[in-house]
Design a binder for this molecule. Structure first.
Ligand code: NAP
Length: 481
C-alpha cells in the first residue's frame, strides 16, 4: 500500500487543514520504514477545533436520535465495506497481524452499529412523587463538547468505542489519537465525512499531546474528557481537570490474572490463555499478565501451552499466516526485556523464548516467552508488561489464589478456567475486577459495559451504560394544582 509522503491529519469544522509547518513521521514497526508524515498540531488547532465543536453542539444536540442514528448506520456500513483496506492501514502503522486488524475494524464498526440502534433510546424517568401537587421528571441531556484521547494498541476500536456513544447521545467531539497510529483515525474521520456528519460535530487534531491535552483541560466548553491509556496519564488528567470540575471517563491500565483450576478443560484453557496473552502481541489492556495454575496440573498445563506458543508464527503482520507482529516501539521492546531480566534474576525459569526475535526484519520483535517459578517480588507480577511475556505461578487453594489475584492496584479484567459451576460463580463474585471472563478471554463487545475499578479507571464504555457517560440527568420538579 502506497500512501502520500505527507497526509493531512487535522480536520476541523469539516475541513482538512493545510499543514501547520511541523510534521511527525509515522513508521511501520515491523520494518522501521517510514510510511508517511502527519501534521503536528497543538494548542491553537485544538482551540479552533473546540470552537467548531461548541458551535456545532447547539444544532447537533437538538437533532433527534433517529437523525443521529442514520449517520452512525451509514458510517458502520462504510467501515464494514472497507474493512480490508482499513485493516491493512492499521497493520502498517500498528503492526498486528492483518487478520487481527481486519477483525478490529469490523469490531470497531460494530460499535457504530450498536450505538446507531441506541441513539433513539436515551430514556428519561417519570418518578412517582410523594405529594399530589408535584410531578417529577428526569430528562437526559447531552453533556456538551467531548475531548477524546485514544491509545495506539487498538487504533480503530478505541476510537469508535468513544465517538459512537458520544455522537448517539448528541455530543460533539474533538479527537486526539495516539501519535503512532493517526492513520486509522484519519480514515474514520473520512468515513464520517462520507456518511454526512455535519461540520464541526467531529474534529481531529494530531500532534503535541501535552499541548492538546492542556487546551482540552483548560477550556470551559469541553465538558467531558474520555481517555483510554495509561494509569499515569489518567492520574494527570484527574489532577488537571479539577480547575473546571470537568467530568472524566477513564479506561486505564490493567494487570489481568488468569486462574486455571484443576478441573479446567486443559486443551480449551490453554488455547484461551494463548489468545488472551499473545493477541496483539500482549499489548492489550485486558490481556493475561499473570497466570495462576493449580499445582496438580501445572506441569502438564505448562507443557500443553508451551507447545502452542512455540508454534506461533512471528513476522510482518501483512504476511499471510503471521500470528505475532512487532511491538509498537523500542521503549516497549526494552520494557519486555527489563521485566524478563528482573524475573530471571529473582529465580524465574525461562520455558521458551526469553530474547528478542532474531528474524529477517528490523522491527521491534520479541519471542513469545513463558516463565515458570514466578514470585510476587518480580516486577512482572505487579506491573503491566504490555508484551509477549507470560509468568506462571502455582497455587493450592481457591482462597489463596483469589487473594493473590486481588492483590493488585489494578482492577480491569480477570479470567477463570473451570468446568465447575460453583467454583465459577464463587470466584467471579470474589474477584475485584470490573470484568471477569469465565472460560472466555474476549469479553469486549458493544452491548456490554467495559471498564475497570481501582486504578484501572472510572466509567464504562459499551452498552447503554456507555452512552449514559455522555448524558447529564436533568431533574425537573413541577408544581401543579
Ligand atoms: P498513554 O501513554 O497513556 O497514551 C494514551 C494517549 O494519551 C496517547 O494519545 C497519548 O499521546 C496521550 N497523552 C499522553 N500524555 C498526555 C497528556 N499530558 N495530555 C493529553 N494526552 C496525553 O498510553 P499508551 O501507551 O498509548 O497506551 C497503553 C496504555 O493504555 C496501557 O496502560 C493500557 O492498559 C491502556 N489501555 C487501556 C484500555 C482500557 O480499556 N482500560 C484499553 C486500551 C489501552 P502521546 O503518546 O503523544 O503522549
Amino acid at each position: 500500500m502506497n500512501l502520500e509522503n505527507k497526509t493531512k491529519s487535522i480536520w476541523i469544522n469539516g475541513i482538512w487543514k493545510d499543514f501547520t509547518g511541523k510534521t511527525e513521521t509515522i513508521y511501520n514497526p515491523a520494518t522501521l520504514e517510514p510510511i508517511t508524515e502527519v501534521d503536528y498540531g497543538g494548542e491553537i488547532e485544538t482551540a479552533e477545533a473546540i470552537q467548531a465543536a461548541s458551535k456545532a453542539f447547539s444544532s447537533w444536540s437538538e437533532t433527534t436520535g433517529r437523525e443521529r442514528s442514520r449517520i452512525l448506520y451509514k458510517a458502520a456500513e462504510l467501515m464494514t465495506q472497507n474493512a480490508e483496506r482499513l485493516g491493512e492501514i492499521l497493520t502498517l502503522e500498528q503492526g498486528k497481524p492483518l487478520t487481527e486488524a481486519i477483525g478490529e475494524v469490523k469490531g470497531a464498526a460494530s460499535f457504530l452499529l450498536w450505538y446507531a440502534e441506541e441513539a433513539s433510546r436515551g430514556y428519561g424517568e417519570w418518578i412517582p412523587p410523594s405529594s399530589q401537587s408535584k410531578r417529577l421528571l428526569v430528562i437526559p441531556k447531552p453533556i456538551g463538547v467531548v475531548g477524546a484521547i485514544t491509545p495506539w494498541n487498538f487504533p480503530s476500536s478505541m476510537i469508535t468505542r468513544k465517538i459512537a456513544p458520544a455522537l448517539a447521545a448528541g455530543c460533539t467531539i474533538v479527537l486526539k489519537p495516539a501519535p503512532e497510529t493517526p492513520l486509522s483515525a484519519i480514515e474514520i474521520m473520512k468515513i464520517f465525512q462520507k456518511a454526512g456528519i455535519p461540520d464541526g460535530v467531529l474534529n481531529l487534531v494530531t500532534g503535541d499531546a501535552e499541548a492538546i491535552g492542556k487546551a482540552l483541560l483548560e477550556s470551559k466548553d469541553v465538558k467531558l474528557i474520555t481517555f483510554t491509556g495509561s494509569t499515569a496519564v489518567g492520574k494527570y488528567l484527574i489532577q488537571e481537570s479539577a480547575a473546571h470540575v470537568k467530568k472524566l471517563s477513564l479506561e486505564l491500565g490493567g494487570h489481568a490474572p488468569s486462574i486455571v483450576f484443576e478441573d479446567a478443560d486443559m486443551e480449551k484453557a490453554a488455547t484461551l490463555v494463548l489468545g488472551s496473552k499473545f493477541r496483539n502481541n500482549g499489548q492489550t489492556c485486558i490481556c493475561t499478565n499473570r497466570l495462576y495454575v493449580h499445582e496438580s496440573i501445572a506441569e502438564e498445563f505448562t507443557a500443553v501451552l508451551t507447545e502452542k506458543v512455540k508454534q506461533l508464527k512471528i513476522g510482518s503482520g501483512l504476511e499471510k499466516g503471521i500470528e505475532l507482529g512487532p511491538l509498537i516501539n523500542k521503549k516497549a521492546l526494552d520494557k519486555v526485556h527489563v521485566h524478563l531480566e528482573d524475573a530471571v534474576e529473582k529465580g524465574a525459569k525461562v520455558i521458551c523464548g526469553g530474547t528478542a526475535w532474531n528474524g529477517d526484519l528490523d522491527g521491534y520483535f520479541y519471542e513469545p516467552t513463558i516463565l515458570s517459578n514466578a514470585t510476587d517480588e518480580m516486577i512482572i507480577m505487579s506491573e503491566e508488561t504490555f508484551g509477549p511475556l507470560l509468568p506462571i505461578q502455582t497455587f493450592k487453594k481457591e482462597d489463596e489464589v483469589i487473594h493473590a489475584a486481588n492483590n493488585s492496584d489494578y482492577g480491569l479484567a480477570a479470567y477463570v478456567f473451570t468446568e465447575n459451576t460453583n467454583c465459577a460463580i464463587r470466584t467471579s463474585e470474589k474477584l475485584d475486577y470490573g470484568i471477569v471472563g469465565i472460560n472466555d478471554v474476549f469479553p469486549a463487545t458493544p452491548e456490554a459495559p467495559f471498564g475497570g475499578i481501582k486504578q484501572s479507571g472510572i466509567g464504562k464504555e459499551g452498552g447503554h451504560h456507555g452512552m449514559h457517560e455522555f448524558l447529564e440527568k436533568k431533574f425537573i420538579s413541577i408544581g401543579i394544582e
